[in-house]
Design a protein around this ligand. Sequence first.
Ligand code: PAF
Length: 285
Amino acid sequence: MTTIKKLRELEIILNKSTGKKVLGMVPTMGSLHEGHISLVNRAVKMCDEVWVSIFVNPAQFNDINDYKKYPVDLKKDIDNIKSINQNINIFIPNVNDIYGAKIVKDKFDFQKVDKVLEGIKRPGHFNGVGTIVKKLFEIFKPNLVFFGEKDFQQTIIVQKIIDNYFKNIKMIVCPTVRSEDGLALSSRNSLLSKDAKKNISAIYDSLLFAKQNFNKFSDNDLKSIIKNKIEKNTGYILDYFELRCSKTLRFCNRKNIKKCCCRAFICVIVDGVRLIDNLVMTNEN
Ligand code: PAF
């Protein structure tokens, strides 16, 4: 995680650099919400030039129906971005601009972090994310890139792309933005019916419960308590609840918690919509 102190240091280093512009990039799939806006605001603060890309990337969807029903509202997105700052640049390519005639997904070696959590549930998803992120970074050659903590596994994947191909890019991970009921903001939330949203606080409440009771229960016990908390709500299915190390995404090593930085990852399917969230359980060092 990027601490405020680290950010300040970075800002100073960047500002002192030889008059070179700092180019920031916020990759998105559109349907922007306050979570995205917080990334753009951060980028505006830290960079001289900001690019927001809006591209629903077909290569990262393993389910064609999920791709087809992904919410799109370009006009609203553009208005939202421009209302932050008229000078923000917006990149809206089409599939052909990015992939040409055939969508080909690169294959990356993510050292197994793509083989857990979302990686199991959505085969090929992270190769698709890696492919588009690499293409965008090649096009824009940004200095800073901005991603949300909500998609924590994705930030680890993007960091691997950066480490392997773009040593000069620095990723800034911004905190999850939540609605009043604790729901982590996501473009997919707009697919939820009013009824489905009634008990939606159960997701964040479960993460908070896990944090408060982390030392009291084993991983398995926590998981079964949380399964009950979630599934007592009609239409809610717990897809996974796992306690994993923030750095390696291996299962938490409770005996060496200082080294492990345990984080809870949850995915709940509510009326067919996959909602993911995560929360740090022990202090990160
Ligand atoms: O998090 C997202 O919205 C997407 O996965 C990303 C990073 C824009 C790549 O398509």
